[in-house]
Design a protein around this ligand. Structure first.
Ligand code: F6P
Length: 530
């Protein structure tokens, strides 16, 4: 592919955008009474309404030409064949193989069987701690992809929680995270999962060493480690060096990217929290979305369409902020998971050919569950100056039904996307009896684009579908923007600098090679050292 912005498909979109961007969603809806039907897509009961996006059917046709030009299906074929499409790390991209069921590679099925066995032994109390008591608390020590996905899924599936077992997540290097969790736990009944693909991550290893010390202080000798520490990792040498017995290590391969790893043994805390059968259902839901993505034609393809609309908003409407609003308390951590998934994947400026891009790439992604967000930042969405594309996510049925709650929640979800799309004119404000002095303040411009995703209910299966939907969106955007969505070199510089600064902060190394601001801040901090 030549430079993206000079291609015929891109230029056709630019021309089309000049016609569409001055239009208001009010007019767009008035012009096409069939719009909702034309611009919503379903896969079984999984439903997405794109009609509140500032697009027409022609927009999607043109965007699909861009996808053809980017050879989106060729990229799927390359991923599925095991080609090293993560070319800067010379790795294949295999997360779909983790959830391929009977088609999964033998080593994947083997680890899944071991995870099932481990879960059973924890759940039925066969696995005992050093004192002979059963395990009541699991602590996952991991960060980034080794934390966010499992933490989000375990919370999302709270209604499926196993009895008598609590699962905790500790990620931060800040000791407040680990200390706060340990203060509520009993070392005799606590088991740690050290979750780290590389097993070199500073935060995770620091937390793991402190946790080991906490355990050994109570247990008295090293033999307790094998009853209280397991690991999920690709680095078996390092897990061994840490003291984790080989039979307590649940391995996975380097072709699993961290932010795509919840389907691997990194998902062990999910399986422990909700039971292995439910974990299998999570994999089955993702597999179902994989099969849809791999086989559905472009015009019916949910992940591709989500990606195309994302690209349209970013590159042709200049929306560089993207809000994720699950109207589901249980999905409260989905924005945090998608933040890593999208921003670590496509937050890049060098394309696959090693050249700087001359177009915008991933927007800043953020979000909060509804209705909470409505009472904080939604003011900016309704009347601020930024164009923000939004995804609203709603459930057909509540996972924790109580009379009178769910209808109100759904009403708020639909009211927000409608208010954002259509706004309120000055005349409508006047007609509603607003005092003339306040009319300008009570006017809502509208025209904020949004997508609404509806899951029939929140189950392991539908959660698997939802996460895989966004994973494939990311995959498509990588192909469309000609980016490698699977490396993350941008996180390295800060890590290197931190390891250089740590001895200076401890006063063990001179500061004369540092910039003036960093030097000044370290000098200021020295007064507080303890
Ligand atoms: O699982 P690991 O190797 O500890 O890495 C944790 C996270 O750190 C990152 O490498 C970024 O620093 C993520 O990509 C990854 O999910």
């Amino acid at each position: 592919m030549g430079r993206l912005t000079t291609t015929a498909a891109w230029q056709a979109l630019e021309k089309h955008a000049a016609e569409i961007s001055p239009l208001h969603l009010r007019g767009i809806f008035a012009a096409d009474p069939q719009r909702f039907t034309r611009l919503s897509l379903a896969h079984g009961q999984f439903f997405i309404d794109f009609s509140k996006q500032r697009i027409t059917p022609t927009t999607l046709t043109l965007l699909r030409q861009l996808a053809e030009q980017a050879d989106w299906q060729g990229w799927i074929a390359r991923m599925r064949s095991g080609e090293a499409i993560n070319h800067t790390e010379n790795r294949a991209v295999g997360h779909c193989a983790l959830r391929a069921g009977p088609q999964a590679p033998a080593e994947v099925r083997h680890v899944l069987r071991r995870m099932a066995d481990f879960c059973e032994r924890i759940h039925d109390g066969q696995w005992r701690g050093f004192s002979g008591e059963r395990i009541t608390d699991i602590v996952n020590l991991g960060i980034g992809g080794s934390d966010l996905g499992p933490r989000m899924a375990a919370q999302a599936l709270a209604s499926f929680q196993q009895p008598d077992l609590r699962v905790h997540f500790v990620s931060n290097l800040d000791s407040a995270d680990l200390a706060g969790t340990l203060s509520r736990l009993n070392p005799r009944t606590t088991l740690f999962i050290v979750a780290s693909k590389t097993f070199t991550t500073l935060e995770t290893l620091t937390n793991a060493r402190t946790a080991r010390h906490w355990l050994l202080h109570a247990a008295g000798d090293d033999s307790a480690i094998s009853r209280h520490f397991v690991a999920a990792s690709t680095n078996l040498a390092a897990t061994g060096e840490f003291g984790i017995a080989p039979e307590n290590v649940f391995p996975f391969s380097d072709w699993v990217g961290g932010r795509f790893s919840l389907w691997s043994s990194i998902g062990l805390p999910i399986a422990l929290a909700v039971g292995f059968r439910n974990f299998e259902q999570l994999l089955a839901g993702a597999r179902d979305m994989d099969e849809h993505f791999f086989s559905a034609p472009a015009e019916h393809n949910l992940p591709l369409t989500l990606a195309l609309v994302g690209l349209w908003n970013t590159n042709f409407l200049n929306a560089h902020s993207h809000g994720i609003f699950p109207y589901s308390h249980s999905l409260g951590l989905l924005p945090a998971h998608l933040q890593q998934l999208e921003m670590e994947s496509n937050g890049k400026r060098i394309d696959r050919d090693g050249l700087p891009v001359d177009y915008a790439t991933n927007p800043v992604l953020w979000g909060e569950p509804g209705t909470n967000g409505q009472h904080s930042f939604f003011q900016l969405l309704h009347q601020g100056s930024a164009l923000v594309a939004c995804d609203f996510i709603a459930l057909g049925k509540s996972d924790f039904p109580l009379p009178g709650h769910h209808s109100g929640l759904l009403a708020n979800c639909l009211a927000q996307s409608s208010a954002l799309a259509f706004g309120q004119t000055a005349d409508e404000a006047r007609a509603a009896g607003i005092d003339e002095a306040l009319v300008a303040y009570r006017t809502f411009p509208g025209n904020q684009p949004s997508t609404t995703i509806i899951l029939p209910e929140l189950t392991p299966f539908t959660l698997g579908q939802l996460i895989a939907l966004y994973e494939h969106k990311v995959f498509c955007l990588g192909a469309l923007w000609n980016l490698n969505a699977f490396d993350q070199w941008g996180v390295e510089l800060g890590k290197q600098l931190a390891s250089r600064l740590a001895p200076t902060i401890r006063g063990e190394r001179p500061d004369d090679d540092l910039d003036a601001s960093t030097r000044g801040l370290i000098a200021h901090l020295h007064q507080f050292r303890n």
